[in-house]
Ligand binder design. Structure first.
Ligand code: GTP
Ligand code: MN
Ligand code: MN
Length: 473
């Protein structure tokens, strides 16, 4: 007496980007365990472990679209991405209440240690494995061994491990956004600051805060990151971090499309650790910014974001939108021509996907000035992490994008990670287009497809628009 599943048309689609997946759904019991198997497979360095990881994730994504809680394995007949292995795990969960395979992994020493060590900022599976091989079992073991790594992220991540594994709340993210918003308007009116990552997908907490920075005038965003970091440093908000310059070029793009593994983007950015007063956890009026609210441009991330009129509430955006939407396809060829002469140009150029900027004073090169904490010795870092009662260390990512690439960057940095991976693969395999956080490219025609809103990105991909809340696959 098996009830056939209520189908949405969604679950029949092949690609996760063609379906919607929300944070809340009916089958968490199953997806949590399948994603644990995914993580475990990602930790393994065996022949087929990465494709096994992907298979678990795909199965989990499909279950998120079901509109009913699974009660019988037969309800999965004909459902995509449910292979033999996944079926066994789900059957066990249905019949026994738990999966012996999952339970064994969950309580295995190796998996526990891998999870623990990879929870340290800067530590990936390879480093975690090498530490396990040294016989280290706990964070204390690593700390006591001393000098486990020269990587600043690991030095700081280890010292502040407790803080950094305490989830960041939306409240804290909003307080930080208020400060950033205000300071950015002081530095450059019209600057657009957007909270992305998990928070934009509706999560109430996360492991970090991901923020995109742009300005409606392409090129105006140059130099703002340095200034913003200086202000944050003066306010004693910065603990440590690393700036990366913009490395975007059509060569890089071509190179990556051959290897197909451009995992990281080329935006100017800062990955760092900030000092958040504990007061950030309480709702109060924002403080610490001198400019009047009237001067600042409120950027609202429109949750039900519609295609039309002015999603960012900027009056001068109208012209920009109209101009760009009349000119959807911008050839890359002109950029290529410019690039040929690049080495001859005295002032180094800054390249967006539509134009080449002659940099005034090489704006894309981060200033050489170091923040005081960048030179800390390991001992000093550890001392800083010790008795601190009024603040918490928090991970922050700041990414600067030219406006011409902003909506692609917004999709890319909103995630989820699997949503991106799936969409990029879909673009490649179905449309023969290359999607990155910089744009959507027809490599044959050497064209970049312009987007003036997130809806444009989906439209170019021939996909139904998905709200960020529906990108939790
Ligand atoms: P929590 O922070 O745990 O809440 O999850 P999250 O979804 O915000 O994950 P994370 O902060 O790691 O990343 C946010 C989004 O940015 C994800 O979709 C990632 O795929 C993407 N992302 C993270 N790091 C990079 C990067 O270096 N380059 C690019 N292009 N994207 C990245
Ligand atoms: Mn995040
Ligand atoms: Mn992040």
């Amino acid at each position: 007496n098996v009830i056939s599943p209520k189908t949405t048309t969604d679950q029949n689609y092949e690609w996760a980007c063609q379906r919607g997946a929300r944070l809340e759904h009916f089958n968490k019991k199953f997806t949590v365990d399948l994603e644990l198997l995914q993580t475990h497979a990602e930790f393994c360095n065996e022949m087929h472990s990465q494709s096994r990881a992907l298979a678990f994730r795909r199965a989990s994504c499909v279950l998120k679209t079901l509109l009913f809680p699974l009660t019988h394995i037969k309800q999965l007949d004909g459902v995509k991405y449910i292979g033999g292995h996944v079926r066994k795990v789900i059957s066990d969960l249905l019949d026994l209440g738990s999966s012996p395979e999952v339970e064994e992994i969950k309580f295995s020493d190796w998996f526990r240690k891998m999870k623990l060590f990879t929870s340290i900022f800067g530590v990936g599976p390879a480093t975690a494995k090498s530490w396990i091989e040294k016989g280290w079992k706990s964070i204390e073991d690593v700390r006591n061994a001393g000098h486990p790594s020269k990587d600043w992220r690991i030095v700081w991540g280890l010292a502040f491990h407790e803080d950094l594994t305490t989830p960041v709340s939306r409240q804290e993210a909003d307080r930080f956004m208020d400060i950033l918003q205000c300071e950015a308007q002081n530095i450059l009116p019209g600057t657009i600051i957007t909270l992305t990552g998990g928070f934009r997908r509706g999560k109430s907490n996360g492991h970090d805060i991901d923020i995109l920075i742009t300005h409606p005038t392409d090129g105006a965003e140059l130099g703002i990151l340095s200034k913003l970091l200086d202000v944050l440093d003066k306010k004693d908000i910065i603990l440590s971090g690393q700036r990366m310059k913009n490395t975007f070029s059509t060569e890089a793009l071509n190179e990556e499309s051959r290897s197909m593994h451009g995992k990281f983007d080329h935006f100017e950015k800062w990955f760092g650790i900030c000092k958040f007063p504990k007061a950030f956890q309480h709702p109060t009026t924002p403080s610490g910014c001198q400019s009047s609210k009237e001067d600042s441009t409120e950027v609202k991330d429109n949750k039900n974001s519609s295609t039309h009129s002015d999603p960012l509430g900027l009056p001068f955006m109208e012209t920009q939108l109209t101009r760009n939407s009349n000119n959807l396809s911008v050839p890359l060829v002109s950029v290529k021509t410019d690039l040929k002469h690049r080495s001859n140009v005295k002032n180094k150029s800054y390249i967006s996907n539509t134009c080449v900027y002659e940099g005034e004073g090489e704006p894309h090169v981060p200033s050489t000035k170091k923040f005081k904490h960048e030179d800390c010795s390991e001992k000093e870092v550890v001392e800083m992490a010790r008795p601190q009662t009024d603040w918490l260390a928090r991970r922050v990512d700041l990414i600067v994008t030219p406006y011409s690439q902003y909506y692609y960057a917004l999709v890319g940095w909103t995630g989820s990670k699997h949503f991106n991976r799936d969409t990029r693969l879909y673009a490649q395999q179905v449309l023969n287009l290359r999607l990155t956080s910089h744009g959507l490219y027809d490599m044959k025609k050497q064209e970049a497809l312009q987007a003036t809103c997130e809806e444009d990105v989906f439209r170019h991909l021939n996909l139904t628009y998905r709200d960020p809340m529906d990108r939790n696959c």
